[in-house]
Design a protein around this ligand. Structure first.
Ligand SMILES: Nc1ncnc2c1ncn2[C@@H]1O[C@H](COP(=O)(O)OP(=O)(O)OP(=O)(O)O)[C@@H](O)[C@H]1O
Length: 121
């Protein structure tokens, strides 16, 4: 049990590191809070919540992996190295793909509800 609590502590340390050092992680966390608030306000259904939760979790997980990979590249290759650059670029591309998927999912779920709301007003 002690080992488990220690592991959770290390994971929280990782979260704290990403939050403090990565502007993108802070932006993504704030955006997630806004989306959750919007979901509550617009009373989205269970299935829609599943998609939103999945997107939020995956964007944050991708950003955490990206942060870890960046740190590892800086450790292994502090000097300019073409391959090191590719590793960082590919890692950033993974975050971008997930962010685009999330944006599209958000539009599919929220746009019709927001349009209805504005039309009703
Ligand atoms: N050691 C390196 N060798 C070659 N190119 C690098 C190296 N480090 C960074 N680069 C290039 O510079 C880009 C930006 O790198 P950087 O480490 O600033 O990433 P970042 O995404 O801006 O990180 P952060 O989110 O911490 O600001 C990389 O995507 C890569 O193309």
């Amino acid at each position: 049990m002690n080992k488990f609590i220690r592991s959770v502590g290390f994971a929280l340390k990782g979260l704290r590191y990403a939050f403090i050092t990565q502007l993108n992680f802070r932006i993504q966390t704030s955006a997630a809070c806004v989306v959750i608030a919007l979901g509550l306000y617009l009373n989205i259904n269970t299935q829609e919540w599943h998609w939103i939760n999945l997107c939020i979790a995956l964007v944050l997980v991708m950003e955490l992996f990206n942060t870890g990979i960046e740190a590892l590249v800086d450790l292994v290759s502090p000097q300019y190295n073409k391959l090191a650059g590719h590793v960082k670029d590919v890692s950033a591309a993974a975050v971008l793909i997930m962010a685009l998927f999330t944006l599209i999912t958000g539009i599919i779920i929220f746009a019709p509800k927001l349009l209805l709301l504005f039309h009703a007003a």
